[in-house]
Design a protein around this ligand. Structure first.
Ligand code: ZN
Ligand code: ZN
Length: 495
């Protein structure tokens, strides 16, 4: 039987688990074998004479004395001998030829030190620049006899985790002086931020479309840490993520963001793929700060169900139906969470009216359309009666935006030049939309410069720096005071 051990990448990164994947030929189901691992780190010693050179020999006499003296070569040791021998006992009687008995070449067994025996290894700062080695033994669980030859794999030198790449907020203060009287108009000056980010599901990242990205930066073990650090750093009040793999939501994102004070909601697509974590899917996740918001209700949409239930295609011209149907059947889903803002200082139910945040405005005028309250799928072009505008476009239309930000914008429509940047496609697929009559954009997360993506490692997204093929968008909103008619809002039972 043959056993092959694959590591997520050959280049380990500090803090990212190295989880070996073991495969047998012919295949062997899990209960029929027991695996044990040994993780070793290659000791790095440098020449005592030439400190920048790696040592290949050491002084045997010094080692016995508990000291360390290493040289880059036998020649180096020989040249140093006339001086070095004086650090040995009885140097005066030691003939010049004695160097041969004292020098010892590093053999393989003495170059490695044990660092772990579990089924994965998380490299630490101590491992930086060192080569790691995993030894994997497969045994019969009952007999303890070996099932396959021992598998030994060495890695490239461990690299440090790259530093965080920050993106600044473009604040509106300097651009919108004429509108600054908002503060006084607004009942409480309530502001909140919304982040939207397609984080590239791991099973799409494995399809081989992103080969320009170095292996180690394409692994989920690296991407999840880099993405989480980036998301937490933005400190948004509401986080909307797309392409969230169901197992990664369950075992990583929900718990990690809970630690940061967020509650979570998730809606996955129906189509599943088989992975090492079983059958998984991907979908949308919404996280909101529990100290700021309370969930009032949520709606889930499965677009491929809409045709079955609503017969929306009947409203269309016959020639339009096939293409619309195709779009509907793509297994797209939507997750809508209605949040109420908790008034500062209140204990629990002291909400702002829910309409202060979302779906405010036109929705209040169509209470009769209960089954389709926002008209969201009225004719499959996602037409609706909300007066939505794009946060980026409306902000970029303002005067006085710095040239460096304008250069990252499409001058025709004022949207970002790109939110998706791969070898195959470069363009804008992501938007943050809001009702302009109830919310005002006060700030935006600056866009990523295409030049910095192109000149970075790989030249496209994802890259070591940015761990998705999309970039994150974020807008900071201020709530405008409601008009009296809007106070009579009732939320639909079903969407
Ligand atoms: Zn010595
Ligand atoms: Zn040397």
């Amino acid at each position: 039987m043959e056993m092959v051990v694959t590591l997520p990448s050959t280049k380990p990164v500090v803090g990212c688990d190295m989880i070996p994947y073991v495969r047998f030929t012919p295949p062997l189901p899990r209960p029929l074998y027991k695996l044990s691992y040994t993780w070793d780190r290659k000791i790095k010693k440098f020449c005592s004479v030439h400190p920048s050179e790696l040592a290949t020999v050491e002084c045997n006499v010094c080692a016995k004395l508990g000291q360390s003296y290493n040289c880059c070569s036998v020649k180096c040791y020989k040249e140093a001998w006339p001086t070095h021998k004086h650090s040995h006992p009885n140097p005066s009687t030691s003939p010049e030829s004695d160097y041969r008995d004292s020098v010892l070449e590093y053999d393989d067994s003495r170059q490695w030190e044990w660092v772990g025996s579990s089924e994965f290894y998380k490299p630490s700062e101590k491992d930086v620049n060192c080569i790691l080695r995993v030894t994997c033994v497969a045994q019969d669980p009952a007999e303890g006899t070996p099932l396959a030859p021992v598998y030994i794999k060495e890695t490239d030198p461990v690299i440090p985790f790259p530093p965080l790449c920050g993106r600044c907020m473009i604040e509106s203060g300097s651009y919108q002086k004429s509108h600054l009287n908002f503060e006084t108009q607004s009942s409480d000056g309530f502001t909140f931020s919304v982040l939207s980010y397609n984080i590239l599901a791991d099973f799409y990242a494995r399809l081989g479309k992103h080969n320009y990205c170095p292996d180690w930066a394409c692994t989920w073990e690296y991407r999840k840490k880099n993405l989480l650090r980036e998301i937490i750093n933005y400190s948004a009040d509401i986080i909307c993520l797309q392409e969230v793999q169901s197992d990664h939501f369950d075992i990583f994102l929900e718990s990690e963001l809970k630690k940061e004070g967020y509650s979570a909601r998730y809606k996955k697509k129906k189509s599943e793929l088989y992975t090492s974590n079983g059958s998984v899917s991907e979908g949308c996740a919404i996280f909101y700060r529990c100290e700021l918001f309370k969930e009032i209700t949520k709606y889930e949409l499965e677009f491929d169900q809409i045709e079955n239930e609503e017969k929306v295609l009947e409203n269309l011209e016959p020639e339009e139906r096939p293409i619309r149907l195709k779009r509907l059947q793509k297994d797209n889903v939507a997750l809508i969470v209605i949040l109420g803002a908790i008034k500062p200082g209140s204990t629990g139910d002291g909400f702002h009216d829910p309409h202060m945040l979302l779906l405010k405005g036109r929705i209040t005028h169509i209470p009769a359309e209960k089954e389709n309250p926002v008209g969201i799928w009225a004719c499959l072009k996602l037409e609706h009666s909300l007066d939505l505008v794009s946060a980026y476009a409306s902000f970029f239309k303002l005067d006085g935006i710095e040239e460096k930000h304008l250069k990252r914008m499409n001058r025709q429509n004022h949207e970002p030049l790109f939110t998706n940047y791969t070898e195959e496609f470069r363009g804008t697929l992501d938007y943050i939309l809001h009702t302009a009559d109830s919310l005002k954009v006060e700030g935006l997360l600056e866009l990523v410069d295409s030049g910095s993506v192109a000149s970075g490692e790989g030249g496209y997204l994802p890259s070591p720096k940015w761990s998705s093929d999309h970039i994150a968008l974020m807008a900071k909103f201020r709530v405008k005071p409601p008009s009296p008619s809007e106070l009579a809002l009732s939320l639909p039972q079903k969407i």
